[in-house]
Structures are given as structure tokens and as C-alpha cells.
Ligand binder design. Structure first.
Ligand code: 2AL
Length: 243
């Protein structure tokens, strides 16, 4: 089975970390191809970043279709381009926020999301509502750590995130924690041991979810909304996206 894990930002060190995490949970016999787009923002921390990350992400989905990929993970907590990716791909496509939130809902009555910048909290709340997770999501907490700081050796990021996770358990009465950024994937077991509640990393959860769907022979319905987009001309810088 070939699963393509797409980091929609263009920072290769983060892509490597995400790939290692996905490989560490994948079954024997599953190949993980971890990639990032060749164009787009270095990190995704605003609606602007998110919008401009999507064309490069869709280019990777289109390439994956030519390469016979069985399923895809979108490894950014805003789940950018998820609906569009589902229209292009034959196999299942799962975002890390949706996989993490659904997984957390199996493990306790309420979870808190611990994320990077405060300005991304609105998107996380919006996704919780979209995925039917509003009654499980107790809070979305920000550490005010920029995404790329997670990759700097010796930064205070791990300590700040640990403290925020402890506050989530105390103040929100969260029974489960959800990591709000793909760049936090490597902190999952450390945080779980430190804080004493299950901590869900979306990269691992989405990788296993895609694996399960493929193994079950299940893929996105093409019945209506997720049917392949109709033929249309795209012009200017987007002319390569004409279908
Ligand atoms: C993210 C993420 O997962 N990757 C990225 O570039 N930005 N999300 C976030 N909330 O910071």
C-alpha cells in the first residue's frame, strides 16, 4: 500500500519529521511517501497562507494519482484543501485535524486542542464544528509559538507546550489532548508521559485512518459533491490546473 503524506507547507525539515512519524505507526507493507509542494508558504499560520498552500497541495495530489497512490494524508491542522483533494483523488484523503478529533472522541468525553498561534484558534473551532466535534471540544489553546520555531533545536517550544497541556487538563477538564500542528508530532509520547492523559497526534491518527480505509476497500463517494471536477479552462498562473 502506498500512502502519500503531504505537508502543505514548503519546509522540508518539517516534512521529514512528519514522514518519520507516519512511518513509525504505519504497518509493515505500507510505504509512506512524505512530500511538500514546490510552491507555497514556508508555514501555514493564517487564512492567506492556507489559501496559497492549496494549489501546491493539489499539484501533489495530481502527481500522486499518476503514481498510483492508494490514499493521502493532508498534514496541516487547518486541513487545507481537503474537499478539493477529495475531488481529485481516487483513494481516501484524510486531514490531520479531522483524524485527531475523531480519534480523541473515542478516548474520552472531552478534548482540548493545543496549538501554535492564537490566530489559528478560529479555524480549529470551525473544523470541530464541521466534523461534529463541538460537544467534545472543550477548548482550543494557543502557545503563541510560530510553526517554524517547533523545528529549532534548543527552543523553549517543548516546555511551553507542556505547560499549556497541563493547564488544559486542569482548567478545561480535558480528558484527552489533541496536538494542533503537524510540527508537534514528535512531542506526542513525551507529552502523554508528562501530562498523564492520552495525547493524539493527527499525523499518526490520519496515517492509520487512511491505512484502514484502504485496507477495507473504502474510498470517497463520487456520488455528488466529491465527483471529479468538470472540464474547465484555467488561465494565467493557474493554467496548469486545467482539467
Ligand atoms: C499548521 C500545521 O500543522 N502546519 C503548518 O504549517 N501550520 N497548523 C497550525 N495550527 O499552526
Amino acid at each position: 500500500m502506498l500512502i502519500k503524506v503531504i505537508n502543505p507547507n514548503t519546509t522540508w525539515s518539517m516534512t521529514e519529521k512528519i514522514g518519520e512519524c507516519a512511518r513509525s505507526v504505519a504497518s509493515v507493507g505500507t510505504t509512506i511517501e512524505a512530500v511538500n509542494p514546490s510552491m507555497g508558504p514556508a508555514s501555514i499560520e493564517s487564512h492567506y497562507d492556507e489559501a496559497l498552500a492549496v494549489p501546491g497541495l493539489l499539484e501533489e495530489i495530481a502527481k500522486g494519482e499518476r503514481d498510483g497512490v492508494d490514499g493521502y494524508v493532508i498534514a496541516c491542522f487547518g486541513d487545507p484543501g481537503l474537499d478539493a483533494a477529495r475531488e481529485l483523488a481516487r483513494g481516501p484523503v484524510v486531514g490531520i485535524a479531522e483524524a485527531a478529533m475523531h480519534t480523541a472522541s473515542f478516548l474520552g468525553r472531552g478534548f482540548s486542542v493545543v496549538t501554535t498561534l492564537g490566530r489559528t484558534r478560529g479555524r480549529a473551532w470551525e473544523l470541530a464544528a464541521r466534523y461534529g466535534m463541538s460537544s467534545f471540544c472543550r477548548n482550543v489553546r494557543a502557545c503563541e509559538i510560530p510553526v517554524l520555531e517547533l523545528d529549532i533545536p534548543g527552543s523553549q517550544a517543548r516546555d511551553v507546550i507542556t505547560q499549556e497541556c497541563k493547564r488544559a487538563v486542569e482548567d478545561d477538564e480535558a480528558e484527552v489532548l489533541v496536538l494542533g500542528c503537524a510540527g508537534m508530532a514528535d512531542l506526542c509520547s513525551y507529552l502523554s508521559a508528562e501530562v498523564g492523559v492520552p495525547v493524539v497526534d493527527g499525523v499518526a491518527a490520519a496515517t492509520r485512518t487512511v491505512e484502514s480505509l484502504v485496507a477495507l476497500g473504502l474510498s470517497t463517494s463520487t456520488r455528488s459533491e466529491y465527483a471529479a471536477p468538470g472540464p474547465k479552462q484555467y488561465v494565467g498562473a493557474l493554467r496548469g490546473f486545467t482539467v
